[in-house]
Design a protein around this ligand. Structure first.
Ligand code: CP
Length: 364
């Protein structure tokens, strides 16, 4: 019997649900304890990888990677992570697969669930990723939406912990636009008991609903959340100064007004870094517009950790893939594999193939 096939029009944001026990859509769906355990898993996998001994925990596992937008770090880190873990990844680009066009998202999710073990999705709209997760029977990992970037957030607190040690009580100042990385950084740092400050001109400051989520974290885990336009005051106590692009591809017509709003006060320059404690590190999710939100003198300085941070995307993806996928896959014994191979080989030895084309003689 054919089930109901929901369309985009028939579903509302309110009734779209996914399973935080299966998917990774938002760090807020998980406890601090669970995410702290994930950071420990990432550290183990990074250590193993650096010894050239990454365990093949996802042997023969398949990852489907959907990208509605271009990517360097997310795409490469997920694909290489799968290879290192013994599996493999398929790059699925809209226009090359029938996703939401000629085929409903529901059907795409159901079909992919029968063929791959886990899905990574970078979607233009957060609702698309949520809907995919809702209908998918295998884990869906959010690889960035217009709302948030949770895999980047995990990488970032992992990097901060590597560089600074204990996170609780540390201060992260996010300078610049209220991007999806800004929301994710606000939520993950406050979950780990940090002080988060968003320093931006009023028109580009984090909205109240993002701050309300961070305030829930602060109530549970300590730290604080502040939004200000006083960037010099904000960085005075910073352990981390983080920035992101001032505009993205769909905001190109806003470039003059955005540049005027952010320049020069919110550009991360050596002068701004000098207002922070000497030990403060500089972070950027990349890609960066050098000479726009950050100058070369900062991004290439000893305080900058951007390339360690970028490498950590690879280690973070390994941890996230194992966390979501390893408990769900069948761990088949060598005996069962030998049993099925024997059955198929016996069949092949006696099969009535088309005898006009005899098989080649075995190699000597
Ligand atoms: N930081 C990040 O997500 O980079 P990509 O867009 O290259 O994946």
């Amino acid at each position: 019997m054919k089930g109901t096939c929901p369309t985009h029009e028939e579903t509302t944001v309110a009734d779209r649900q996914y399973d935080p026990g299966k998917d990774f859509i938002d760090t807020q769906d998980h406890s601090r304890e669970e995410l702290a355990g994930l950071l420990d898993l990432i550290a183990l996998l990074k250590d193993a990888d650096q010894d050239g001994a990454c365990p093949e925990l996802l042997k023969d596992v398949s990852l489907g990677m959907i990208f509605e937008e271009p990517s360097t770090r997310t795409r490469v880190s997920f694909e290489v992570a799968m290879v290192k873990l013994g599996g493999h990844a398929l790059y699925l680009r809209p226009g090359e697969i029938h996703m939401g066009v000629r085929e409903s998202l529901y059907d795409t999710a159901k079909v992919l669930s029968r063929m791959v073990d886990v899905i990574e999705a970078r979607t233009l709209k957060h609702e698309t990723c949520v809907e995919l997760a809702r209908w998918s029977d295998v884990p869906v990992i959010n690889g960035l939406t217009d709302l948030n970037h949770p895999t980047q957030a995990i990488c970032d607190v992992f990097t901060m912990r590597e560089k600074l040690g204990e996170l609780a009580g540390r201060t992260c100042v996010f300078v610049g636009d209220r991007t999806n990385v800004c929301s994710s950084t606000m939520w993950i740092t406050t979950m780990f008991g940090m002080h988060f400050v968003h320093a931006a001109p009023p028109a580009y400051q984090a909205p109240a609903e993002w701050v309300a989520i961070a305030e829930e974290n602060v109530a549970r885990y300590g730290g604080s959340v502040t939004v200000t336009d006083d960037v010099a005051g904000a960085v005075a106590n910073a352990d981390v100064i983080y920035t992101d692009l001032w505009w993205w591809v769909d905001q190109e017509d806003e470039i003059p007004e955005r540049r005027a709003a952010f320049m020069p006060d919110y550009q991360v320059t050596p002068e701004l870094m000098a207002k922070a404690p000497e030990h403060a590190i500089f972070m950027h999710c990349l890609p960066a517009s050098r000479g726009v939100e950050v100058t070369d003198a900062v991004i290439d300085s000893p305080q900058s950790v951007v390339f360690d941070q970028a490498e950590n995307r690879l280690h973070a993806e390994k941890g996230i893939l194992v966390w979501r996928t390893y408990p769900r896959i069948a761990h088949v014994s060598d005996e069962l594999k030998a049993y099925h191979r024997g059955k198929v080989e016996s069949f092949l030895a006696t099969a009535h193939w088309d005898r006009r084309y005899p098989p080649p003689a075995p190699l000597a």
